[in-house]
Design a protein around this ligand. Structure first.
Ligand code: ADP
Ligand code: TRP
Length: 315
């Protein structure tokens, strides 16, 4: 029996090369080893995206991205959260077990409070819905970036508490912190992130790759432009790079051009594959819908048990 793995990518914007090397590529490698659930947490996205057209487009885009990077819907379950109302139902049941002071310690909520933002109840409850996403399917491992580790720990705590009160029901999941790709810097040298507007998109056009790579900030001190090198090493072995960066020490333009050539070679086939998939939206939607139906059947079985355990199943 293969172990169960589950993860999700929120439909809140376009993926960048940091997301790809930090997370998405590893999903593709893991799909052969585990029984996999990859989904699109569209209800989580509601905490930030409140425009229906945008949410629809983003969701379709993530589905296309999943397929373009090589997730195989014959092997894995691919679905969107909102197709399975049991996620929200289970989250409510968990809400009644989790205390307010406990959730007040969650990073995302604490950050919002620290920035004096008025947090929505949805943002406050975010980790509870995420726990439901994970626990519904008896997940063993959740591959996530280090920033999501706390959320998986919250899911474990909730599973333990439920099991203590109602008897053994949920498996305790473990976070699988993805192989440390050192944080990929953005073109401004900070961590590459959608929220900093400093990304190189994963499916960028050649002209954008050129423009963005040329604008990577270089420090003027050493001969090796650190940010250029850090990005370059995602596309070429460090052994080859050392030679190149030694030969071209100080020649930032040449080094950026070498990076551009390598990025173009890497991105072009991915972009082409994505364009082909995007050309048949009907087929993508069908994958998502079928995945939702297959996954929902599993969720319903588990919820049946949960309803019995808590005492709402009378017939
Ligand atoms: P963003 O900061 O762009 O919004 P997310 O927080 O949605 O990215 O992260 C999605 C996944 O990609 C996570 O697993 C995260 O660890 C990974 N990731 C995001 N940015 C980077 C980066 N600059 N370097 C490495 N991994 C990253
Ligand atoms: N919170 C995750 C993120 O922002 C997305 C997510 C929602 C998720 N539910 C999940 C990830 C369940 C793993 C498992 O990246």
């Amino acid at each position: 029996m293969k172990k169960i793995l589950l993860s999700g990518i929120k439909p809140t914007g376009r993926p960048h090369i940091g997301n790809y090397f930090g997370a998405m590529r590893q999903f593709v490698e893991l799909q052969n080893e585990y029984e996999c659930f990859f989904f699109i947490p569209d209800y989580h996205a509601l905490t930030t995206v409140q425009n229906s057209e945008e949410l629809k487009q983003n969701t379709l885009d993530v589905a296309i991205d999943y397929l373009a990077i090589g997730l195989d819907p014959e092997k894995v379950l691919l679905y969107k959260q909102s197709d399975i109302p049991e996620h929200a139902e289970l989250a409510w049941i968990f809400d009644c077990l989790v205390t307010v002071p406990y959730l007040e310690r969650a990073h995302a909520y604490k950050d919002a409070v620290a920035k004096k933002k008025e947090a929505s109840v949805g943002l406050f409850n975010y980790p509870v819905l995420m726990a439901a996403d994970i626990l519904l399917y008896d997940t063993d491992v959740v591959p996530v970036g280090a920033d999501q580790k706390q959320h998986v720990e919250i899911a474990r705590d909730i599973a333990e508490k439920f099991n203590r009160i109602y008897g053994e029901t949920f498996k305790l999941p473990n976070a699988h912190i993805m192989k440390e790709v050192a944080v990929v810097p953005g073109i401004d040298g900070q961590k590459m992130s959608k929220s900093y507007g400093n990304t190189i998109p994963l499916f960028a056009e050649d002209s954008d790759i050129e423009k963005l790579a040329m604008s990577i900030v270089t420090d003027s001190s050493g001969g090796v432009p650190k940010n250029v090198y850090e990005i370059h090493k995602l596309f070429r072995s460090e052994k080859e790079l050392e030679k190149l960066y030694e030969e071209k020490a100080g020649k930032y333009k040449d080094l950026k051009e070498a990076l551009i050539a390598d990025m173009k070679n890497f991105i072009a086939p991915l972009r082409a594959k994505r364009a082909t998939i995007a050309g048949d939206t009907g087929a993508v939607l069908k994958v998502l819908k079928d995945g939702g139906e297959r996954t929902r059947a599993l969720a319903q079985t588990k919820m049946d048990l949960v309803r019995e355990k808590i005492g709402v199943k009378l017939y």
